[in-house]
Design a protein around this ligand. Sequence first.
Ligand code: BGC
Length: 809
Amino acid sequence: MTPPPESRWVLRYEGFDPAAEALRESLCALGNGRFATRAAAPESRADGVHYPGTYAAGVVDRRVDHAAGRTVANESIVNLPDWQSLTLRIEDGDWLDLGALTVSGYVQELDLRRGVLARRFVVEDPAGRRTRVAQRRLVSMADPLLAALECTVVAENWSGRLTARSGLDGRVTNCGVARYRGLSGQHLLVEESTSGSGLLGLVVRTVQSRLRVGLAARHRVLLDGVEQAPDRRTTDQEGTAAEDLAVDLAPGRVLTVQKVVALCTSRDRAIGEPGEAALQEVRRAPDLDALLARHVRAWAHLWRRCDVEIDGPPRTSLVVRLHVFHLLQTVSAHSVDLDVGIPARGLHGEAYRGHVFWDEVFVLPFLVLRLPAVARAMLLYRWRRLPQARAAARAAGSRGAMYPWQSGSTGREESQTVHLNPRSGRWLPDNSALQRHIGLAVAYNTWRYHEATGDLDFLVDHGAEMILDIAACWADLATYDPVDDRYDICGVMGPDEYHDALPDRAEPGLDDNAYTNVMAAWTLIRALDSVELLPAGRRGELLDGLGIGEQDLQRWEHVSRRLRLCWHADGILSQFRGYEELAEFDWAGYRQRYGDISRLDRILEAEGDSPNRYKLSKQADVLMLFHLLTADEFYAVLDRLGYPHDRTTIPRTVAYYLDRTSHGSTLSRVVHAWVLARSDRAQAWDYFLEALESDVDDVQGGTTGEGIHLGAMAGTLDLLQRGFTGLQTRDDTLGFDPYLPEALTGMRFRLRYRDHPEVEVAITHQTLTVGGGGPGLPLLPLRVRDDAYRVDPRGTLEVRLRRRRAERS
Ligand code: BGC
């Protein structure tokens, strides 16, 4: 048989591979921005190979443990009852266990376009009975409380009774991440389970947060497409609601079991009590085929807005779409009312406990230009947590707002204080909460959202308040050195988590981290801009309410001009004060000894050494600046700070740090691709491809099985939409400066820009075409490289791209 052509829409796996199962479960997870379910085999329970997991946005629970002599309180996203649970047996034989049977033709296919996961296989038992099984499932993008699973069984060479046992299994715990298993994973109490009258119901409650989750299921059984009344028997066990559905089968007859499920939580709006709501929802849910049709239509609408179509190898195109798919499954229109942030590992697993980091800085640019209401909701998650951020700032001795490095339900700091190095078995202090730069990302995202959408109301009502309070905090954190007439920001960590202290200093924290100081200066400037943008009345109210006076604004102005940056003797921007004195690292030696050296922190600690001693980093730190700021913006900050530079400052700094990064975070390659996009397209494309493979290839060797890396996934999309196209939304203009890598011969996508809900963009090496939108819209202000245009939305504009000088030479 000739293999099927490589698909740009279907992620396909052949054969059952226990070692790859966790990875596939994450990569084929289905979700709708409200909840997501891992692609575990429906007949499985958590057993070291399979890990059924369902997570609902915002359904979290805090447990307290004792580890390494400390009390550790962790808030975790909660693994909810397994709604997929469905297994089979012939007569009174054993329940389906692929490990004990001869399996052939095993195929798993995730159809991205339709949002449907299919699984097919044939099993033969020791008695020679061959059974063909096909399943498909969905988590509805159209009806966000609903999900469905269909299982079709064909007896190939036997007759007899087939029983399908289907249930809602509440006997689950959080045990998906090996290194957390020493800490509490029990988050659910089963309150009620009901069965009978053709419906199953299960109500659970989380232990500490007391959130209630109701699930309900309804089954339909068909034989050769004709609805049957199977023998039904309730088989509830402690913690589950389940029923057996039994039908007599003969060779060639096709049995179909359709299971439609509702999942409601006490965090949902307008549903009433979740247990009752789930029963009611499932009772009135359409049959699976109708549900599927609605779901496929909802995905079609999303793809219309969000597809990024590239001309390139099918595999590249497929993975790009996989990233769009998982992004939209994690946050969508269904997340908008839930008061949730963007979890770093999606809703796909338990890594990082569902916490929200700064990764939204990589995610929002994609959303802002397509689903601005979703982006706005994610910013509002931050706005609602201003009171906590203010309390954190006060505790640190400053005014304003200090956002936590890891955020959860309340916005308090959720970072661990100790973490386990699995290599050495030692629990170690975790200082990552010193990454105060998270607040700068919040301010940055808020400002960029405003630039792209022109949503002044948001700035007036919420955005400016965040930017001003974040700026107020940084202005207070900066300490004045009268000798040099410079401000220092001390005791922080930059994005590079491998440095948390100077080698000879007992207390954690670094001084004058370049990333932090430049972004702090940038944020102070944006805060002053925001004040100007506010209507006079609101300006007065806000400044008054926040206790910000004229003197404060003057100080912001001063700090934004006099923050210190440290420079190496050869003019390289130093990652922090003292970095230049650190030892060079033996990259070649360590690569030879260890192979994969991405987790140098663990390697060095296990050797009794520390990354703090070396010029190395986990991920882009200084280079993040060139990801977030354009060269012009960056040089403008340097000018304002009074630091001399020339046009080689950025390229030389890039080259310096490129050589000293271990890529211990999947975000790192995204940033490296970005910073090279203009100067070395071939290398940028290689980094892009590597970043693209982070999850599908599980480059960190096991972490994707614990949850996707949403920041890296979205970061690769942003590389396509902005990095290689030079797309900008500054100065009330949609700007492009395309510079596609050679291998990327063309790309098409739609954008929403301000009053223009559907700007169609097509880019090749020769042309940029912009159009769409239709009549009745204003002219679209467009800039392509240095030329300004006004595009009539009734037509399209094609701009020929002259070759760049670098290309000509
Ligand atoms: C990275 C952080 C990131 C976090 C969550 C860490 O490994 O160092 O920058 O925010 O993962 O994705």
